[in-house]
Design a protein around this ligand. Sequence first.
Ligand code: ZN
Ligand code: FE
Length: 269
Amino acid sequence: MITITAVPILEDNYAWLVHDSVKRLTAVVDPGEAEPIAAVIDRDFGGRLEVILNTHHHSDHTGGNLALKARYGSKIFGFGADSARLPGLDYGFVIGERLYFGREEFTVLDCRGHTSGHIGFYSRLSEGLFCGDALFSLGCGRLFEGTAAEAWQTMIRLRDYAAITRVCCGHEYTASNGVFAQFVDPDNKALRLRLAEVSRLRAQGLATVPSRIIEERQINPFLRADDGDFARRIVPRLAQIGVELLPSDLDDPVAVFAALRRAKDVFKP
Ligand code: ZN
Ligand code: FE
């Protein structure tokens, strides 16, 4: 069995543990701090951590690298082109490379947009998509270093994974993303149902992720920038918060995505 476990860390981050119970191997994606992760590893996974994976350099995703490496002798993997910003990196990936890990296999994906060196990992057996701050449930990461064109390419790349794929993202932002999603797309019934589920889960202190790619395709506005009808519908909503989407831009997914991202940045619920 390959299992995926979300470990809540810091304010609202998730680190993800991937465990192969037959080979007794454990990997962590984005350890923003060490202690809560070490507690789960020691309690449930035999006190061993072979692999640390980083999606990007931000400290809420890498802050636990060195302490976990010191404690477990783990090897740290991340994007080679961003090696200067990843603490303790042992091995730098190129895009498309695979990391074989017991029976599991992680494929390295280009997820630029949030940062210039953002990558993601697709794990074949567990059908997990570890996308850091590139894609969230009902949202996407802010564009700190990348362009809208790069981020839109990332959205397409992630959206194209199989319907059943689990979106293992870096933050519990679903409820606040949902407020914006509902503002731009108020008549979306699937979105309303998802938001009811999110409220229920949060009231019980439970994680709203991983979600599945199939639902994100229908209700995450940032995955719908190439849907012309959707683009037309959101024009008056974006205008309400001062973001203009020109008629000539409605069939340009990058322009629609950029307008949505700008709108989310200024949106006040
Ligand atoms: Zn980040
Ligand atoms: Fe983050």
